[in-house]
Write a protein of this length. Structure first.
Length: 305
């Protein structure tokens, strides 16, 4: 009799626990639906705030770090070493939107350092070396002709910060039309643009007149932020003087502005390829140089504010 009573009590406890668990899961589902609905409302309000005339500031980027040290780790070729890789990207912006004009300014900075120190080799370099060096700042002013079209002027400067600052450096100044089909997309078409190229020493760069095309897309999909920028210059004097750069950034927020970020960039620039060949002692011409596709990518912790 006691055994039967014990079994019955266990069955009742199991059924009660199961019911309680199902009730909690149902309650959790209801609460999650409420959170999703509130988040949608918050996103809608943020979109309205972003569209409101006035200054808007913000930034997001990626921080990546990988540090290691080995002592007497004999299975590998260098049993005593220290290594490191540090990367920082920043994408700040400031936007002013009025009834009759707008002024958008943004920048892209990507810096990284690497090192590998073989502690058994006194001749190797134990310092961090510059690996990635990208700096671009763009300022666009537009006088609105309609809700989607504006007469505009653009200034864009590109160079490196850690090494060979302004060698080369590129400054684009031009005027034309800006099209904003949606609030997240800005398309610039400037048929009158001069591409100034600055360089020192034995570098051989040419400035020229041409057309400038810029497309900038920036949008948040919930916790995911997407940014893409294409900047293209087409020279009227010689196609070899043309260049383009395409950068893309993704940032997924996990907790209070911190998450995971990924950034990659592509570039085509025959003048840069030619001058690199000169520094390497390669005999070639601007027409014959191998203009390989330039690229970089970064993955790490992201931040936004």
């Amino acid at each position: 009799m006691k055994r039967i009573l014990t079994i019955c009590l266990l069955l009742v406890a199991t059924v009660s626990f199961s019911q309680t668990k199902e009730e909690l899961q149902s309650l959790k589902s209801v609460k999650q639906d409420s959170i999703n609905a509130l988040q949608s409302e918050v996103n809608a309000l943020k979109s309205q705030i972003d569209a409101f005339p006035g200054w808007h500031y913000g930034a997001f980027g990626t921080i990546g770090a990988n540090l290691s040290e080995f002592s007497n780790w004999y299975p590998q070729e260098t049993p005593n070493n220290s290594a490191g890789n540090i990367t920082i990207t920043v994408n700040p912006y400031a936007k002013l939107n009025r009834d009759t004009f707008f002024w958008y300014t943004n920048a892209n900075i990507n810096l990284s350092w690497v090192k590998f120190d073989d502690k058994d080799d006194n001749t190797d370099n134990d310092d961090y070396s510059q690996a990635t060096d990208v700096f671009t700042i763009t300022s666009l002013y537009g006088y609105k002709l309609s809700d989607k079209l504006a007469a505009s002027g653009l200034a864009e400067y590109r160079t490196t910060l850690l090494n060979n600052f302004n060698d080369p450096g590129y400054l684009d100044l031009g005027v034309g039309i800006t099209w904003t089909p949606i609030s997240e997309l800005v398309v610039v078409a400037h048929p009158l643009n001069y591409n100034f190229v600055f360089s020192n020493g034995d570098s051989e760069y040419e400035s020229s007149l041409g057309a400038k095309i810029v497309a900038d897309y920036n949008k948040a999909f919930g916790k995911l932020k997407v940014k893409s920028n294409l900047s293209l210059f087409q020279s009227y004097e010689d196609s070899n003087y043309s260049n383009w750069t395409w950068t893309n950034g993704l940032s997924y927020t996990v907790w209070k502005g911190i998450g995971l970020g990924f950034e990659f960039g592509l570039r085509g620039n025959r003048q840069e390829a030619y001058n690199y060949a000169i520094t390497e002692g390669t005999t070639t011409t601007l027409d014959d140089v191998d203009n390989d596709l330039q690229s970089y990518w970064t993955f790490g912790l992201s931040y936004g504010f």
